[in-house]
Design a protein around this ligand. Structure first.
Ligand code: HEM
Length: 432
């Protein structure tokens, strides 16, 4: 068995021990940078997501984070309910249409939700006739060169060409730039960067960066808010259709609670339904969120690791300045924490049930942990609770899996988000 701490490059360690997770992904003022090599893989260096420095990250996250609290998401809830109804109506109207990828359909829903919130006007992807264009493909295209950028970061300057080619970009990418520009006009040069720019870019953000900072933040939020939630919904949908007894059990729970899919209750009420809750939890576990190893650098303290290896005690000092990371795609398949880990088994989250282990909650890394954990968790939970309740009652009884098996969902390679095998045709379904 490999050591729980393994050196994976001259500057980085990988950790496979959940007991050390709270040290790596610390909170409470313990500073954690992101390694430069890691953020080099993203074109979002100006957004909070791609910010190396702990303090600058706090400065950038605070103004955006306010919009994603539970109370702010509750104010957004009526818009999400409207989109859920549109999604269900549109899926029901696909009767007789050739098989389509349900992950792409869900991506239209999540992209409309986050774009509407970010820009005040959504992309309208659920209003178009089919599922094309969508934000799915553009997101994958922007993630594809990530590894190349890590080693040759100067190549990222090519992304600047997007401004020149904005009119030739896919229809959903093109409007992004002008939309941001219109809503956030360039600041007065006398205004030291402008209040909005300072809020998002950090004190002292130079004027010329303002548009770029806002564009990076917008792209980060729309990108992060689209593919993650939609993939979790697709994974859950596949398993509910593949195992009808799970769908029956969830349907019964929703019916017993008298949930009306045309007049959904508050998402926080849905969250109280025990089976819905663990179905979502299990979907999050098997969709991983981010599969990449995301590392943190403790800049002000050495980290002391105390664990066990080969039945002997293992004590290590990880010097400050050194990157250490974990990956949900590995942790979520730790058989000590999640036995029979590839099986979709919601009951593993119920204390005392088959496959339950006391470490399960602590072993959940889908939204990451600590000061740089997912900013959009509440939005995502709101979307998933509302969408699943309506889909189960209205749509899934008419949906069938089409020429898709588990190999079309299973994690095959990492593109920051988890990717299935390259020749998959997606999680295809038909409507009857
Ligand atoms: C199932 C849904 C989602 C999952 C599993 C998920 C997962 C994650 C993870 C693991 C991270 C940390 C990445 C890292 O360490 O580099 C993250 C960060 C982030 N997520 Fe999510 N995410 C989800 C949905 C969303 C949504 C709906 C939004 C919408 C705003 C969002 C916005 C963000 C942002 C802005 C960050 C960067 C936070 C920061 O660096 O301070 N995510 N997410």
């Amino acid at each position: 068995m490999a050591s729980p701490i393994v050196r994976i490059s001259p500057n980085e360690l990988h950790c496979n021990d959940i007991n050390f997770g709270d040290e790596i992904y610390a909170v409470g003022g313990r500073k954690r940078d992101k390694p430069l090599h890691q953020v080099n893989g993203s074109i979002l260096n100006l957004a909070e997501f791609g910010t190396v420095d702990h303090d600058l990250h706090r400065l950038r996250r605070a103004p955006v984070g306010r919009f994603f609290s539970r109370s702010m998401i509750s104010r957004l809830e009526p818009d999400i309910k409207t989109l859920v109804r549109k999604l269900c109506d549109k899926l029901l109207a696909q009767k007789g249409v050739p098989a389509f990828d349900i992950a792409v359909a869900y991506s239209c829903f999540t992209a409309d939700a986050i774009s509407g919130y970010a820009f005040g006007q959504n992309f309208g992807l659920l209003d178009q006739k089919g599922w094309e264009p969508n934000f799915h493909e553009p997101t994958l295209s922007s993630l594809r060169p990530g590894l190349l950028f890590r080693f040759f970061p100067f190549l990222k300057n090519l992304a600047e060409l997007a401004t020149v080619f904005v009119d030739y970009l896919p229809r959903v990418h093109g409007p992004l730039h002008p939309r941001i520009a219109n809503q956030h006009p360039a600041p007065d040069p006398a205004d030291q960067g402008g209040p909005r720019c300072r809020a998002i870019g950090g004190q002292g953000a130079p004027n010329h960066l303002c548009g770029a900072v806002l564009a990076a933040e917008a792209l980060g939020i729309v990108g992060a808010g689209t593919e993650t939630t939609s993939w979790t919904l697709a994974v859950i949908t596949y398993h509910l259709l593949d195992e009808p007894q799970l769908l029956d059990r969830l349907t019964r729970e929703l019916q017993d609670a008298q949930i009306d899919p045309m007049d959904l209750p508050h998402w926080t009420e849905l969250e109280k339904l025990p089976f819905l809750k663990i179905v979502i939890q299990e979907g999050l576990r098997l969709s991983y969120g981010v599969s990449a190893r995301t590392a943190r650098v403790a800049t002000q303290e050495d980290l002391l690791y105390h664990g066990e290896w080969n039945k002997k005690s293992l004590d290590l000092v990880i010097p400050r300045g050194y990157a250490v990371g974990m990956s949900s795609a590995i942790v979520h398949h730790d058989e000590h924490i999640f036995p029979d880990s590839y099986r979709f088994a919601p009951d593993r989250w119920c204390e005392g049930c088959e496959l339950w282990t006391p470490d399960a909650e602590r072993g959940m890394f889908s939204f990451s942990k600590g000061s740089r954990s997912c900013l959009g968790m509440n939005l995502s939970l709101c979307e998933m609770n509302l969408a699943l309740a309506a889909l189960v009652l209205r749509v899934l009884p008419h949906m069938r899996i089409y020429e898709t098996d588990e190999s079309d969902l299973r994690y095959d390679h990492d593109m920051f988000i988890p990717m299935p095998k390259s020749d998959t045709k997606g999680v295809r379904v038909t409507m009857e």
